[in-house]
Ligand binder design. Sequence first.
Ligand code: NAD
Length: 494
Amino acid sequence: MTHLEEPIKEVLILKNYIDGEWVDSKGNFHDIINPATGKIIAKAPSSSKKEVGEAISCAKNAFPEWRKTPPLARCRCLFRLKELLEENFEELSRVQTMEHGKTIDESRGETRRGIENVEVATAIPSLMMGENLEDIASGIDEYLIRQPLGIFTCIAPFNFPFMVPLWFTPYAVACGNCIIIKPSPRVPVSQVKLTELVDEAGFPPGVWNIIHGEADVATSLLESQDIKGVSFVGSTPVAKKIYQMCGQTGKRVIAQGGAKNFMVIMPDTDLDKTIPALMTSFFGNTGQRCLSGANAVCVGDDKFYKRFLDSFLSATSKIKIGYGLDETIQMGPLQSEEAKKRVLGYIEKGIQEGAKLLLDGRKPKIEGAYPANCFLGPAVFDNVTADMSIAKEEIFGPVACIMRAKSLDEAIGMIHKNPFGNAACIFTSSGASARKFQYEVECGNIGINIGIAAPMAFFPFSGMKESFFGILHGQGKEAVRFFTESKVVIGRWW
Ligand code: NAD
């Protein structure tokens, strides 16, 4: 493909994918807008309760046969899907940039991370194996088998339109369940493109379904007694609501919420290596990552602080902003005008609360002739204190809050006062500091000289406190546990 080639050339009218067919929805349609160009790229429906019911009933019909399909045969569909994903890698990545705004390199990273989950799930014949022990009493044997449960639903956020559902869906179907995905209504195109490949990969009708819509569609799915479990990723208030609803209706649930991630910079760190890692952490994906850096806590004396701040500001002010399909661009727009408004609100709040705005991203220089609607440059606040709302709440945009601590203990104390517990990272050359950090910090994902502590597909995607509600996590072995019931058999033969 050439430099700025857009794979979506005309407005797509999105359909639901139910029972192996692309089905027109009778609901109202809304526009999906490329946040960089301002052009409409698709129209997505808000499905009705009846349409949700149809998806559930088809998945229910498909379950008995799919469950009986040997795991190795189920995996063959995943192997075919993996090949198709590789063949369409570039197009899938470009679609993400077009609907979300992230840079093409960030989209390629997202596609790769998604595919890795398909790869890990192809090991299901081994991952799903049970356990056994003979002679638990004289002549009696006991064994554990893992069985699929039925239909699961996956409710997705807007910031990783392609990857996040793949933290769950390949494991769900590989274990013998059927799945209904409700993509984010803001970025549904990537899941449609993925599902076109699912269709080609030969999954039996009804195993893998997609239904478009807003919160009401999610609620209809959650209310159904036929849905056995839910994997949700999104904001904390909705994660909490979904966790409660699943408690009331007896469903198993993974509910991943929002974040406010601290980056602790120790005076013994190598700043030349730390600053580039911090740039990607704070401003990659335009700050719209659940693993993004939000608060930078600089530990050390005035001299180190000045050196850190100068390097941080110098690197930040060089970030090139524009349309993510341009390979030279380092930061794309926010995903929507609404998202930009929210971030602007926090910048105002920070100023009112007395933080010092050292770099004001509100009037960014954009490379190329694109409307400014969703674009924002990086913003850097200094003199931020833990009680300010910009330090406490999730901004979800390219805003760095710089804070100071006298010691590592004080920095860890600041992390612990924050309600979120998604990720925290330390930059240091001291093994003792790093170990203390990983040992004490109450966050699910820890980075040591790593700015984005994103677990690989064979590790669980963790989270603590207000960032996670549940027990088992997405990805790898924990996902297999989530998508299967453990049955124990105790037997003796006369
Ligand atoms: P969101 O909570 O607004 O929406 C997420 C999904 O929930 C969407 O599909 C939406 O349609 C649906 N939804 C919204 N309100 C609902 C309701 N009342 N009942 C049922 N469903 C509802 O989140 P978002 O703005 O799309 O995503 C950004 C958020 O996701 C951020 O807070 C970010 O930190 C978080 N996130 C967390 C992780 C993680 O791993 N912890 C990963 C990615 C994103």
